[in-house]
Write a protein that binds this ligand. Structure first.
Ligand code: HSE
Length: 325
């Protein structure tokens, strides 16, 4: 029996970055860990508050995604020992499901000697998630610009500017991507399409060239944020005024409800911005948690160990203690 033990650390992500709906993603310094080894009988151990209610049998997403990798590679590994710990809040717009999918794909592939390329994993992840933005960022790290035609996803990865820092305000309530997508119109005007093409293009150029001052003009959107605003009280005001409180720009993170504002890391106005976000949400009766995050320049970090027969190995929580718990 293959006695490898694989641990994969995967970053969270923010999708869209305002105008780049289903196209732009950025990896963030908030993580999930997936541990996988071959077992005689399938066991799932899910740790952390975010894991409540997630199935601990073969209907678990991590198990099912791992089986897709084995099928694609033409090998059979029916029984797995899987452990997962995540600091990424669920259903908040920080790519928790994308991180789980990417963690499972990368761990399962590493377990069988990595026969599938990163590009193949990206195609599989995009098909599973339904859009390439979060999975691309979690898989490749940095800022990922991607396009998917329903069959093939193409991407370019950009290195994040070293001074870029993000403040996320994570509301206490959950909002499903399905509900947030349901709020979108079936059609938009040519004027709004042009508005978004120009902002999204400008944003990618600004991020690629390091012209951070352009972000506030470029991070504007007419495709999805105006329609989702009703689902997140306080959002419209935060997006309209964040720059007045020192932000380079602000956006709804993915499908929400998390809001994300960008600053230069040495900005003297970080506290002011944080108060503005929290106070605005509070006025709407919304409790929120704020976190200061950096763009995560790397994709998954993979550790492979050979478990020695007869020796007790450390559990996932003990291995990542200090980093996560
Ligand atoms: N681009 C997607 C959306 C991200 O905005 O619906 C959701 O995960």
């Amino acid at each position: 029996m293959n006695n490898r033990r694989v641990i994969v650390k995967v970053p969270a992500s923010t999708a869209n970055l305002g105008p780049g709906f289903d196209t732009l993603g950025m990896a963030l310094s908030l993580y999930a860990w997936v541990e996988m080894s071959v077992a005689e009988r399938t066991v799932l151990r899910l740790y952390g508050d975010e894991m409540t209610g997630i199935p601990e049998d073969k209907s678990n997403l991590i198990y099912k995604v791992a089986q897709l990798v084995f099928k694609e590679a033409g090998v059979q590994v029916p029984e797995l020992d899987i452990a997962m710990y995540s600091n990424i809040p669920l259903t908040r717009g920080l790519g928790s499901s994308a991180s789980a999918i990417v963690g499972a794909l990368v761990a399962a592939n590493a377990l069988i000697g990595s026969p599938l390329s990163d590009d193949k994993l990206f195609q599989m992840a995009t098909a599973l998630e339904g859009h390439p933005d979060n999975v691309g960022a979690s898989l490749f790290g940095g800022i990922v610009v991607s396009a998917w035609d329903g069959e093939r996803a193409d991407y370019v990865r950009l290195a994040p500017h070293e001074k870029l820092e993000a403040l996320v305000a994570i509301p206490a309530f959950q909002l499903s991507t399905e509900k947030a997508r349901h709020a979108l119109p079936k059609q938009i005007s040519m004027q709004d399409a042009v508005f978004n093409v120009s902002r999204s293009s400008l944003l990618v150029a600004a991020l690629a060239s390091g012209e951070l001052g352009l972000i506030k003009h470029a991070m504007r959107d007419r495709l999805h944020q105006p329609y989702r605003a009703a689902l997140i009280p306080g959002m419209a005001e935060i997006l309209a005024k964040a720059a007045d409180y020192g932000a380079l720009g602000a956006a709804l993170s993915g499908a929400g409800p998390t809001l994300i504002a960008f600053v230069e890391s040495d900005s003297p106005r970080k506290q002011e911005l944080e108060h503005f976000l929290l106070d605005t949400l509070k006025q709407e009766g919304i409790e929120a948690q704020t976190l200061w995050l950096k763009p995560c320049a790397e994709g998954p970090v993979v550790t492979i160990e050979q478990a020695e027969a007869g020796t007790e190995s450390l559990g996932l929580l003990e291995r990542i203690r200090g980093e996560a718990v």
